[in-house]
Design a protein around this ligand. Structure first.
Ligand code: FES
Length: 159
């Protein structure tokens, strides 16, 4: 019970700090949610309640916004987010083999997070850099012309 109270206080202080940093208007919503997401790793339900209270916006509206943006997550995710482009231009230049290598290396299904909380693996649609497909991103880093045998080396950079 004490842990739950502490967790709720932690969320509240993170939200208050995000609002203090980014502003307290509806126009500041995306930066606020991004800041909270970065600090907590995702947007827990309590964070929506706090943002709702401070910005006077309905929780449902906040949840809709958070669900729309890929960089925001309403579920816990790993410390590193790996995204694989599954759109056709990447697919036809070897994307399928790269995707298989990612799953084999991480032993994760699409959308899953590793038991140690390090990785979340998911697919995404075109990232706008089709000329260098297949494309994989890890957090803010973009890797192009990826081959299956590069996967282990790329992941090792985040050890
Ligand atoms: S199709 Fe993969 S980046 Fe565009």
């Amino acid at each position: 019970m004490a842990t739950d109270i502490q967790a709720a206080q932690d969320v509240r202080s993170v939200v208050e700090a995000a609002v203090a940093k980014c502003g307290a208007t509806r126009e500041d919503l995306i930066p606020i949610l991004t800041e909270i997401n970065q600090k907590l790793g995702y947007l827990p339900p309590e964070s929506f309640n706090e943002v709702s209270r401070l910005l006077r916006m309905p929780v449902g509206q906040l949840f809709s916004v958070a669900s729309f943006y890929q960089m925001l997550s309403t579920k816990p995710r790993g410390r590193h987010l790996i995204q694989f482009c599954e759109s056709a231009p990447c697919h036809v230049v070897g994307g399928r083999e790269v995707w298989q290598a990612l799953q084999d290396e991480l032993k994760l299904d699409p959308g899953a997070t590793s038991a140690d909380g390090k990785w979340t693996l998911r697919t995404t649609s075109c990232l706008g850099v089709c000329a260098v497909g297949p494309v994989v991103t890890v957090d803010e880093d973009i890797y192009g012309n990826v081959t299956p045998n590069q996967i282990a080396e790329i992941l090792a950079r985040y050890a």
